[in-house]
Design a protein around this ligand. Structure first.
Ligand code: CP
Length: 317
């Protein structure tokens, strides 16, 4: 089995079987990262371009490591490209395609930018975060991390807390979690809960303690100050008092609750340092798993999986 899609723009592009295929393939690739020589020849001869127009540490680096561990050639392009001279995003991408880029990974502040490229290009396009729209590979690595720790995704209660309105991470995670049978609660200030939330099939809370009762997983979110046109709460201190995850709040959830954050974290605002670094935290595991999940996405969208049966010498099964 392989993916039916050419591009990965949204979690909604995937059906449940495809989502599981990505997670299972990532499971195979995870072992490569634990080897002394972290490389397999699976994508030898393929070219991956990272096209990032917003800051990134985790996503950009993990796509780069994923491509290199699969033996693909990798080029990084950022805001210092010829776009500063007036070239459009599409012309930039077409020039990269003219140099035979097979896969283009795009992060852009505008929602819809990766979808536009995907429509116009034959290269596979992967959305690495577009505005407040989606961040599908983040949702995939989040599910991978939850499944690894909880041994299931079905029937879990996942609480997503904070700036839901501006969060592409929340949008992708909610679609993905509902697809696999988890229940999702969102909690945050009313000014950060989108109006269309009633169509998302989630429970909405405004009191953090209430939302945490019986929680299996807590996904904390960064305040997306760069996307907030105006102040949505009186002070950071007030926000932190109401929606910061502290050790006291953690005790409201199940004993084996898993604490997650996509990063970058603002210590002492959305999460207390002792919780971020505590035994319940899976934050650095999310980062580790991001490489394996992105290896799986690159592999499954490269066409290699379609044209060649799995070869144990070429893929780490
Ligand atoms: N989670 C995430 O997207 O992190 P970066 O912005 O560092 O890529």
């Amino acid at each position: 089995m392989t993916l039916k899609i050419k591009d990965l723009i949204s979690i909604k592009d995937l059906d449940r079987d495809e989502l599981r295929l990505i997670l299972d393939t990532a499971e195979s690739f995870k072992e490569v990262g634990a080897r002394d020589i972290k490389k397999v020849p699976t994508l030898r001869g393929k070219t991956v371009v990272n096209l990032f127009f917003e800051p990134s540490t985790r996503t950009r680096t993990s796509f780069e490591l994923a491509a290199k561990r699969l033996s693909a050639d990798l080029v990084n392009i950022s805001a210092d490209s010829s776009m500063v001279k007036g070239e459009t995003l599409l012309d930039t991408a077409r020039n990269l395609e003219a140099m035979q880029a097979d896969l283009i990974v795009v992060r852009h502040p505008c929602a819809g930018a990766p979808a536009l490229l995907a429509q116009k290009m034959t290269s596979a396009v992967i959305n690495a975060g577009d505005g407040a729209h989606e961040h599908p590979t983040q949702a995939l690595l989040d599910l991978f991390t939850i499944r690894a720790r909880k041994k299931t995704l079905e029937g879990l209660t996942v609480v997503i807390v904070g700036d839901i309105l501006h969060s592409r991470v929340a949008r992708s995670a909610i679609h993905a979690l509902k697809m696999v049978g988890s229940s999702v609660r969102v909690v945050g200030p009313p000014t950060m809960i989108p109006r269309e939330i009633m169509n998302w099939g989630v429970e909405v809370f405004y009191q953090y303690d209430e939302a945490l009762k019986g929680a299996d997983v807590i996904m904390t979110l960064r305040l997306q100050l760069e996307r907030q046109g105006r102040s949505l709460f009186p002070t950071i201190r007030e926000y932190s008092n109401l929606y910061g995850l502290t050790a006291r709040r953690l005790s409201m959830a199940k004993d084996d609750v898993l604490v997650m954050h996509p990063g970058p974290i603002n210590r002492g605002i959305e999460i207390a340092p002792d919780v971020a670094d505590g035994l319940s935290s899976a934050i650095l595991s999310q980062t580790t798993n991001g490489v394996a999940v992105r290896m799986a996405v690159l592999y499954l969208l490269s066409g290699v999986a379609k044209h060649e049966p799995v070869d144990p010498q070429r893929t780490p099964h």
